[in-house]
Write a protein that binds this ligand. Sequence first.
Ligand code: AMP
Length: 311
Amino acid sequence: MSLTVVGSIAFDAVKTPFGARERMLGGAATHFSLAASFFDEVRPVGPVGDDFGPEDWEVLQTRGTITDDVEHVPGGKTFFWAGEYSDNLNERLTHATDLNVFETFEPKLSPAAQDCDVLFLANIQPELQLGVREQCDRARFVAMDSMNFWIDSAREALERTIRSVDCLILNDEELEQLTGRPTTVAAAEELLSWGLRAVVAKQGKYGAALFSEDGFFALPAYPLAEVIDPTGAGDSFAGGFVGYVAAQRDEAIDHDLLARAMAYGTALASYNVEEFGTERVARLTADEVAARVADLQRMTRFDLAPLTLRG
Ligand code: AMP
């Protein structure tokens, strides 16, 4: 059994109010793999260039992640993204998105990667996501992410890809942009009518909300007094969320299971933002993950005795 993920494997240049990094390992598939590796054997799919060094391979292989489907393109350059956060970290400005080796990449998955039980299509060109989705036709759960860049530039392919998966995990504003609906609830309802089993709305520092045919569930973000670098928080959330689903092999994937998965997503995302890039999650321990999930359980307890109201 394994968990396959396709998405960017990147070098990031990031500036936040707490510092800057000129070039650090990043990419949606990288952050996802690091988080999901707590739950299952992960196989990232994607190309890297000559600049991808031994120390980068080593981080990607954390907790047994199998990199056989990461293709080294001789003479190529790894995907590069540069971004900068506003003082309150609420806004992110993209300075550069250089697809490099992803521009001509055609995913050909190994039999082991195709045979995955669970598949995650992390943020990358929708055509690439669909190409991978079609090769993994026995997966019992397929989830995906995307971003405003692809809603603007590849809407038709994105819609086709969304219609081929079980679960869409997207920022609340992007859900509204994608559907043209004025609220996240209306957007989620519209997307469920496309045939999705679940929609997860990421709400940044406010947490995340789950919509399915069987109901609604929301979790606030884990309360942190200091956030150093939010890059990859969404992918770490997805890694925890989808990883938990993959680990529950014998359970039906219903609303209850997905709600529990939200706690793992929230815990992994909270660790991710404590340091730059992959630094914190690469050395995170299973005990630390469990401790934060237990904290979340305690904090969100809501058990009120009934009260007879006036009127
Ligand atoms: P997140 O903060 O969860 O949105 O993820 C940020 C990560 O996504 C960074 O490590 C970037 O390398 C990667 N990324 C940024 N823009 C893109 C893009 N257009 N396509 C794919 N990956 C991207």
